[in-house]
Design a protein around this ligand. Structure first.
Ligand SMILES: Nc1ncnc2c1ncn2[C@@H]1O[C@H](COP(=O)(O)OP(=O)(O)O)[C@@H](O)[C@H]1O
Ligand SMILES: [Mg+2]
Length: 490
């Protein structure tokens, strides 16, 4: 059943190997000669691989890793993952994980379940504090006076909502869904299919597959919640309602039901929104405020800890002052400290920059944008700005090849000679901006997207993306024209 050993060491180990080397399930499946959906189920911890399957996929990953672009050695705590010998850790984990996957066909439901393991691990890697938020959420969930309903976590972009929910999911192994605008996961359809399939698998409900109506409205979801709640308390976590598509008039975002059966709770997150479409019967709010002393304390702890472990690279800094300034300038925003700490440890910022650190996340983006432009205005105008803005325009993660095509289109629109735009130049920009991007997969199929929605907001609101939307549409239209001409009978 889904989530039964979702967080067992076996599944966690498999995901760590995959993530470190940036592999996709498809690559692993092809290299190991097994079904891709089965690989997904093993990595999600929904099925236990047999001994020979396990050996096959571990070997396949190690082999692929040798060819992967990310050839960083595994960190010490994961080095043992490369050991697939009989004394390695895999076999003990496998035995502990319980009954083995018999190789029977996977249920069609698996195809609807999305894989968010990478996101959950990435967000919670250096998780700090947040006891007060998790206690507040868990307090509501355990409150007998709140037998069912929604807990709504609110806070500004970059403060750490997604991270709190990722930690909650890691702890409870509950049904979950993340809306990720930059990845194109924002439709009600995607949400309903994912969550309905998880509910059926996890609570052993009597449905072999999703009916077509499952993702049309909230009806099937409500029915499954009622069926599951007969025997179990049910918890569903849904991140970033603000990144989901706009709901039709008169309905809740994602068709979330306004009444929930007894014993069913949803924990959802959103930025503070006056027009949030969530009319529900019973609801509790948890506010994550930037100026809350407990938020500031968590950020202080995180900064101190990261600086403590980065010691060698901090010569010339006055550590106490650095912590104070960084925390004050962060304006209570975790995304801000993440960017600035990385700049400090990478030597992009120097001790003399401490007094002029930007104020808050938006100002940080602005400063970084200008700093990159000042380095080489011509290269910035021709390559960096178009590449980044086009990535911010894309509806889902895209390959460097696709971005190159769009950059050419953008050049043509400006009357520049687009043949000078080469893919390696686009890849160079991607490398220069890698901290702002998320990378999925590896090799030629590597796909990129903007890492955080707050950076996309900055680009849309301050740099302007309208021209870039035009280039993307022009490129798509040109393709349609070509296919139509070439498919027309001679
Ligand atoms: N408690 C925390 N400990 C460590 N890092 C955190 C914490 N909260 C947030 N971060 C980091 O800050 C960044 C922004 O957090 P995120 O959860 O994406 O914010 P939000 O969802 O509110 O926009 C992420 O890169 C995340 O890893
Ligand atoms: Mg978020």
């Amino acid at each position: 059943m889904a989530g039964r050993y979702q967080h067992s060491e076996l599944a966690v180990g498999l995901r760590a190997l995959k993530n470190h080397f940036g592999l996709t399930n498809r690559q692993i499946a092809a290299a190991a000669g097994v079904d891709e959906r089965r690989v997904g189920a093993w990595l999600r911890g929904e099925h236990v691989p047999g001994r020979s399957s396990l050996r096959q996929i571990v070997r396949a990953m190690v082999r692929l890793a040798g060819r992967a672009r990310n050839r960083r050695p595994l960190p010490d705590e994961h080095a043992h993952l490369l050991d697939d010998g009989e004394t390695g850790p895999w076999w003990a984990w496998r035995d502990a994980a319980g009954a083995e996957d018999t190789g029977a066909p996977l249920s069609p439901l698996q195809a609807h379940i999305r894989e968010f393991g990478t996101l959950i691990e990435e967000r919670t890697r250096r998780f700090t504090g947040r006891g007060f938020v998790l206690d507040a959420i868990e307090g509501f969930l355990g409150d007998p006076a709140f037998a069912s309903g929604y807990v709504v976590l609110q806070g500004e972009p970059g403060i750490g909502k997604t991270t709190v929910l990722a930690e909650l999911i890691r702890r409870h192994g509950c049904v979950h869904h993340f809306n990720i605008a930059t990845e194109g996961i924002r439709s009600a359809d995607a949400f309903l299919a994912d969550v309905c399939a998880q509910l059926i698998v996890r609570y052993g409900l009597d449905h072999a597959d999703l009916p077509a109506a499952a993702s049309r409205d909230g009806g099937f979801l409500s029915r499954l919640l009622a069926e599951a709640a007969v025997r179990h308390p049910v918890l569903v976590v849904v991140d970033a309602l603000d990144e989901a598509e706009e709901a039709p008039d008169g309905t809740n975002t994602l068709f979330l039901p306004s009444t929930l059966p007894r014993g069913v709770h949803f924990v959802v997150s959103t930025r503070e929104q006056h027009d949030l479409r969530l009319l529900v019967e019973d609801r509790r709010d948890v506010m994550l405020r930037d100026d809350d002393p407990r938020n500031i304390a968590d950020i202080t702890d995180h900064v101190s800890e990261v600086l403590r472990t980065g010691d060698g690279r901090l010569t010339g800094y006055r550590p106490d002052k650095l912590v104070d300034v960084l925390v004050e300038r962060s304006e209570g925003n975790f995304m801000y400290v993440k960017h600035v700490l990385r700049d400090i440890l990478a030597g992009v910022l120097t001790p003399s920059d401490v007094d002029t650190l930007p104020n808050g996340l938006r100002d940080y983006y602005r400063t970084h944008w200008n700093r990159m432009r000042a380095r080489d205005a011509e290269h910035f105008l021709r390559f960096q700005e178009p590449t980044i803005c086009l990535l911010a325009t894309a509806r889902e993660p895209v390959t460097a090849g696709q971005v190159t095509e769009w950059v050419r289109e953008h050049w043509a629109a400006n009357g520049w000679d687009g043949t000078r735009v080469r893919q390696y130049l686009v890849l160079e920009v991607v490398r220069q901006w890698r901290e702002y991007l998320n990378t999925d997969g590896g090799g030629a199929d590597t796909r990129y997207r903007i890492y955080h929605s707050s950076f996309q907001d900055f680009l849309r609101e301050e740099i302007g993306l309208a021209d870039y939307h035009t280039s993307v549409s022009a490129s798509a239209l040109a393709k349609i024209a070509i296919t139509e001409t070439s498919s027309r009978p001679a």
